[in-house]
Design a protein around this ligand. Structure first.
Ligand code: FES
Ligand code: FES
Length: 274
């Protein structure tokens, strides 16, 4: 494996293990060189092990071959496997490191960055997508296990310029603030509504042997409990899901302020300019 051609002097604080790791680093081009410099600097600052882990992860990602439209320009795959995924209805053939999770394949290889990485360990739901219509955590799903499967991301929900009903309901009910959790919330809600239609019960279902449960607030909260929103937009999220579950979209509960309203508000605040 080729070594970095620039043997920068190591700071005295670098441990023997860190020095060996750096020596084993493949050449990564300009970006890798900048990161190697970063590694050397941070090692001198006492956070070398963290930086080494980060750098090793990024080195593995950087060695994977690029797909059309990919954000990075990798060199070669480690443990390469060929897999064809049906992404939002389009076949996408990839050669992937066998350890690549679906989340990284979507974001790093296919430039589909609508799916978000939150915790990267199955705790937050930000990475939720649909596989064959069922919601999955893409950070815990190996892409190589999905040969031929239908993957739907937030980018694939709108059809023909029309938002998916759940997307439209999220807007009507102001169901987000920063929006980081929102793609996962929406994909999760789409999958959950389908589960409920097919009669799946939940921990909140009173009669598990009865007919398909009605999606009241308790059912929605329980079924969406794997999707965390740090902004606390839960009331709007529950209302949006209720709206779609009820089958009769409610009117938007908010509107943008008009110019006249803004001018009046500025006058009340004592601003001279309106
Ligand atoms: S990023 Fe997958 S669950 Fe948090
Ligand atoms: S809208 Fe910000 S985390 Fe949910």
């Amino acid at each position: 494996m080729p070594h970095d051609p620039d043997p920068s002097p190591l700071p005295p604080e670098l441990s023997a293990d860190e020095a060996a790791l750096l020596a084993d680093m493949p050449a990564l081009g300009d970006v890798g060189q900048a990161r190697r410099t970063f590694m050397l600097q941070t090692a001198a600052g006492g956070v070398g092990v963290f930086a080494a882990n980060l750098l090793a992860t990024e080195a593995a990602l950087a060695q994977m071959p690029a797909a059309a439209g990919a954000a990075s320009a990798p060199v070669k795959a480690l443990n390469a496997v060929a897999v064809t995924l049906q992404i939002n209805g389009e076949p996408r053939a990839l050669s992937l490191d066998s350890r690549t999770v679906l989340l990284d394949a979507l974001r790093e290889r296919l430039a589909l960055t609508g799916t978000k990485k939150g915790c990267d360990q199955g705790q937050c739901g930000a990475c939720t997508v649909l596989v064959d219509g069922q919601r999955v955590l893409s950070c815990l799903t190996l892409a190589a296990t999905l040969e031929g499967r239908q993957v739907t991301t937030i980018e694939g929900l709108a059809q023909g310029g029309q938002l998916h009903p759940v997307q439209a309901a999220f807007i009507r009910h102001d169901a987000f603030q920063c929006g980081y959790c929102t793609p996962g919330q929406i994909c999760s809600a789409v999958g959950m509504l389908d589960e409920a239609r097919r009669g799946h019960v939940s921990h909140a279902t009173a009669d598990v042997a009865g007919p398909a449960p009605r999606l009241d607030d308790d059912e929605i909260k329980e079924r969406m409990s794997g999707n965390i929103c740090r902004c606390g937009a839960y009331p709007g999220i529950v209302a949006a899901v209720q709206d779609v579950a009820g089958g009769a979209p409610r009117a938007q509960t908010w509107s943008y302020a008009t110019e006249a309203q803004l001018a009046a508000a500025r006058r009340e605040d004592g601003h001279a300019t309106v």
